[in-house]
Design a protein around this ligand. Structure first.
Ligand code: UDP
Ligand code: MG
Length: 316
């Protein structure tokens, strides 16, 4: 029996790249006849022709499976659904937009055969991204890493191969505030890094807008670490201490005959400063309380409208 490899593709309004993607995946799988393939698409509530296209591809290609979500649940939900539905002995995640070259997959498979559980692609360059996006993502990872003990993989996306047991591990993360990238780090197992150049999107527009990315960034921090809560404690303690010393100084000053000008400016400054710190701390605590609220609801992570299961043999 050949081993089955699942290629997992989350797709949201990707009608423009799907033909290109199919062609690239087709030639790739053609190069590796010693494996069976499952091409598993998670259609994340696309509003364009993505689902019709998947249906018609699946008619002529039995390797294709697809899951249609009942609405757009976001990429993180699409990934966990992919892990839930994947049948493969290994699962390769890849974005639909061909920013990650499928040609790297044979090498990933080679390392997997050597016994690695998580073969991830690390970006050497990021063509087609603005300097601001590069800068903000670099700074973000630096902050995130310094706040947690789990070693994170910088400049890696979700383009990676996971072994069966790594997928089983990923499936156990049922939290609703998801930061999949952090989970890949969290599960551990034998990891192997591959370097590659990230291409610009092959077609269509980026589907993750800045709002989604910022939300994801906050989820990243609050799902991996409670360090910000501690920071607010430290900052609060420090400013209170400074304020206390200042008050003592104000009380003692008249004893030494220093003329005291009744000043409200300094008082106001201190109050405003402390008020700011308090609001910040409340905000941080609020973020976590919100997370607790969402997690306690234990909502399902996604709803499936239709599932088409391919035959997982070689191409018909
Ligand atoms: N995606 C998704 N649901 C969404 C947004 C994006 O499934 O709500 C998919 C999208 O189709 C693509 C991948 O996630 O396959 C990455 O999206 P995109 O290229 O827009 O993001 P970026 O490259 O900026 O991470
Ligand atoms: Mg992209």
């Amino acid at each position: 029996m050949k081993k089955l490899i699942t290629i997992l593709v989350p797709a949201y309004n990707e009608e423009e790249v799907l033909p290109l993607l199919m062609k690239r995946l087709d030639s790739l799988t053609g190069q590796l006849p010693n494996y069976s393939w499952e091409l598993l698409f998670i259609n994340d509530g696309s509003k364009d022709k993505t689902d019709e296209m998947l249906r018609s591809y699946a008619e002529s290609d039995s390797r294709i499976s697809y899951v249609n979500f009942s609405r757009n649940f976001g990429k993180e939900a699409a990934l966990i659904a992919g892990f839930d539905y994947a049948k493969g002995d290994a699962v390769v995640n890849i974005d639909a937009d061909l920013q990650d070259p499928p040609e790297l997959i044979p090498e990933m498979i080679r390392y997997w055969e050597e016994g690695y559980d998580d073969v991830y692609a690390k970006r050497r360059s990021r063509a087609g991204e603005t300097w601001f996006k590069k800068f903000s993502s670099r700074t973000y990872y630096r902050i995130l890493q310094s706040s947690t003990l789990v070693p994170l993989q910088v400049d890696t996306g979700d383009f990676r191969l996971l072994s069966k047991r790594a997928v089983e591990a990923m499936k156990q993360f049922r939290e609703s505030e998801r930061y999949t990238k952090g989970m890949f780090s969290w599960i551990g197992f034998k990891k192997k890094e591959l370097l590659y150049d990230r291409d610009p999107r092959a077609a269509g527009m980026a589907k993750q807008n800045y709002r989604k990315l910022i939300n994801l960034a906050i989820d990243g921090i609050t799902s991996l670490t409670t360090a910000p809560l501690r920071i607010s404690t430290y900052v609060g303690a420090f400013t209170s201490f400074v304020a206390f010393v200042y008050i003592v100084y104000l009380l003692v000053r008249p004893l030494f005959g220093v003329p005291t000008v009744p000043g409200y400016a300094s008082t106001l400054a201190v109050i405003l400063f402390l008020g700011g710190i308090q609001l910040l701390s409340l905000g941080i605590i609020g973020e976590y309380v919100g997370r607790i609220f969402n997690e306690t609801k234990r909502r399902p992570l996604y709803f499936v409208e239709t599932y088409h299961e391919g035959a997982h043999h070689t191409k018909k």
